[in-house]
Design a protein around this ligand. Structure first.
Ligand code: ZN
Ligand code: ZN
Length: 387
């Protein structure tokens, strides 16, 4: 068995031929940069490159395989000096009362090409990320299964294309069965997910959904796998071997859709959840918060004891006191963000970063940072204990 840190939802901004893949993502978010930043700066052991359905991205993969930077693994996926790269794709499908994003992962380029061929007529622009598929969820699941893929609902609780966020109260009402796994998404955590009892049987991931290089690994998982490959991941997802040991994620309060946001008052609501309209002006034109939505559909209490399998973290570069210089110094001394966040002993942190920054990193390591809530598309704030 092997333990590794995994971020399974990283987008591509542009393929190397200069064509956009994810229009809202950074141009520098191309395949070679994603590999380098994930391995050398973040210190991840496994990544899911979403957008591998894109012809431009597939061409980049082929090229990197040809020159030997990526090596096909026996169990599926590709190896790059200690980093395992899994091919993934995201699609938007209409289900229930709305539309949701789904992720699928495949063992090899040939498999993902088989998938593309199968559903080619139902989707318009294959170069671009997260496009709408004009097919039923059943047809889509068949195409994934036929090509040996794994699938899961993406950022399940967000108001923007999250399955619980705007499509259903119970997955069983709109899907042919429970998904094997589900991505919690920013603004929610394992405790919140536990308030929906059907999720007790579902493997829960936290991923970054990165649209730029620095955001890679802002949420990630510590996985225990039978092997570092696609098959290892598939066995974990189908619970035959391996497990998610810990999710590392932003505190839900920090997420940009945590509480309901009133579009008239232009502020985040305040009061006991669920608030599905504005308590000050009564206006129902709000961006429903993840917490408010969740409490309104939950069939169990949100446990108020912390779950040891969900550790709250803020990305290093977003901690007060860590500007570009300090960040550079930390990486220079300790190699990767994962080392800084998990391994480096306190006294070494103090030597390099000083007492206060070291304390913040340690609080982050224990999941004990204090934050002010976010909402309406704006992130929360870390309460600056330094000032
Ligand atoms: Zn999405
Ligand atoms: Zn995405």
């Amino acid at each position: 068995m092997v333990n590794l840190y995994a971020d399974l939802h990283i987008h591509i901004g542009q393929s190397l031929d200069g064509k956009a893949v994810k229009i809202t993502a950074a141009k520098s978010l191309n395949l070679p940069n994603v590999l380098e930043v994930s391995r050398q700066i973040k210190g991840l052991g496994m990544i899911g490159v979403i957008d591998a359905q894109s012809p431009g991205v597939r061409k980049d993969f082929r090229q990197m395989i040809q020159v030997g930077i990526l090596r096909p693994l026996e169990g599926g996926g590709y190896g790059a000096e200690g980093l395992t790269v899994i091919l993934g794709t995201e699609i938007e499908l209409s289900v229930g009362t709305g539309a949701a994003h789904f992720l699928a992962y495949f063992p090899t380029l040939n498999h993902i090409e088989g998938y593309v061929e199968k559903i080619h007529p139902f989707l318009k622009n294959w170069q671009l990320s997260s496009q709408k598929g004009h097919l039923s969820i059943e047809q889509w699941l068949a195409a994934v299964a036929e090509n040996e893929g794994i699938w899961l609902p993406a950022h399940a609780f967000t108001p923007h294309k999250g399955i619980y966020g705007n499509c259903c109260k119970s997955l069983l009402d709109i899907l042919p069965g429970l998904p094997p796994a589900l991505e919690i998404g920013l603004s929610a955590d394992r405790q919140m997910a536990k308030s929906i009892s059907e999720l007790n049987k579902v493997v829960l991931f936290s991923n970054s959904d990165a649209h730029s290089l620095p955001k890679i690994g802002r949420e990630y998982n510590l996985l225990n796998l039978s092997e570092a490959s696609f098959q290892g991941l598939k066995k974990l997802v189908y619970r035959t071997s391996g497990e998610v040991l810990v999710n590392y994620g932003l505190p839900p309060k920090y997420g940009k859709y945590h509480r309901t946001y009133c579009l008239v008052c232009e502020r985040i609501v305040d009061g006991e959840p669920p608030l599905l309209s504005c308590p000050s002006c009564g206006n129902p034109r709000v961006v429903t918060g993840v917490l408010d939505r969740l409490v309104s559909i939950a069939d169990a209490e949100i446990p108020n004891t912390p779950d040891p399998r969900y550790i709250y973290q803020i990305p290093l570069q977003e901690l007060p006191g860590i500007g570009p210089k300090m960040y550079g110094r930390l990486l220079e001394h300790f190699g990767t963000e994962m080392n800084v966040l998990h391994q480096v002993p306190e006294r070494n942190l103090v030597q390099v970063a000083g007492e206060k920054v070291a304390q913040l990193i340690l609080l982050s390591r224990q999941g004990k940072l204090d934050v002010q809530p976010g909402g309406g598309g704006v992130f929360g704030k870390v309460v600056d204990i330094l000032s």
